[in-house]
Design a binder for this molecule. Structure first.
Ligand SMILES: [Mg+2]
Length: 268
């Protein structure tokens, strides 16, 4: 089945490997976003990284001469807190195992952040926390065993950092809490459907079949997008090689070299 790209009204665009590589912008990315605005193709730049705020992501992009508003960015922290907002009582007590981006989002949505040493929480939201301690693990475990709901921003095992290195990702902390409690969290980040569903709401309630996911990874962007019912476009400007792309089963709806070629797909 081939996609009629003229029916696509919005796109979710992965960041690393699509818009930039580390600190280096990918040629044509800024041009694609400018053209998308001009042609009224709605978009959000999405990331599984829960540690920074949309404002900081926008600032980082500004440093690469890519101009976006924080409103055009969707983080897994926003998706996770958005999920809690849909299901929790207003003003619920939330324990954050995570960094500034996640904590800021929890506060921004009007929840009470439960500090270490304080009484129990109604919800535990866990993401990447590079100051993770045994005490945080113990507090989260106690809350969940007393009935708190357990939500995770994403389950990435590893996080790529500059210089081609990797460090342990959010999934490692979530696994520790899950092992202690034997409770499976609701995971929001790619490839789970939550972040995509949140994205559709943020795109003004577009239907899944009106939206395409553009990403550089088969296992998160393409599989996740497909599972959520979106069209999928794999770009070869990131981690996937042309040979891996050619062997992908099922294949993405389109494979292109980069965002500049996605523009030619949408606006031939
Ligand atoms: Mg990527």
């Amino acid at each position: 089945m081939t996609t009629d790209w003229s029916t696509v009204k919005g796109v979710l665009i992965d960041l690393d490997g699509v818009v930039y590589t580390g600190r280096i912008p990918i040629p044509g990315a800024a041009g694609f976003l400018a053209e998308a605005r001009q042609r009224e193709l709605k978009f959000l730049l999405v990331t599984n990284n829960s540690t920074t705020s949309p404002e900081l992501v926008a600032e980082r992009l500004h440093g690469m001469q890519i101009e976006v508003s924080p409103h055009e960015i969707l983080t897994s922290a926003q998706a996770a807190v958005g999920y809690v907002k849909l299901h929790a009582e207003p003003g619920a007590r939330v324990r954050v195992v995570g960094e500034a981006g996640l904590r800021q989002e929890v506060e921004h949505e009007g929840f009470v952040v439960v500090e270490d040493g304080e009484a129990h929480a109604d919800w535990v939201i866990a993401g990447l926390d590079r100051a993770f301690t045994y005490e945080k693990l113990a507090n989260a475990t106690r809350d969940i065993m007393r009935g708190a709901h357990f939500v995770a921003t994403n389950a990435d095992a590893l996080l790529p950092v500059e210089g081609g290195e990797v460090v342990p990702g959010a999934g490692t902390m979530i696994a520790a809490i899950q092992t202690a409690t034997a409770v499976q969290p609701v995971i929001l980040g790619k490839p789970e459907p939550g972040l995509f569903e949140h994205g559709l709401r943020r795109l003004g309630g577009l239907a899944a079949n009106e939206v395409a996911m553009i990403g550089d990874r088969l296992d998160t962007d393409v599989d996740g997008g497909r599972r959520a019912g979106l069209h999928t476009i794999l770009v070869l400007s990131g981690v996937t090689t042309p040979a891996q792309a050619a062997n992908a089963q099922p294949p993405p709806d389109a494979i292109t070299s980069d965002l500049a070629s996605v523009a030619r797909l949408f606006w031939p």
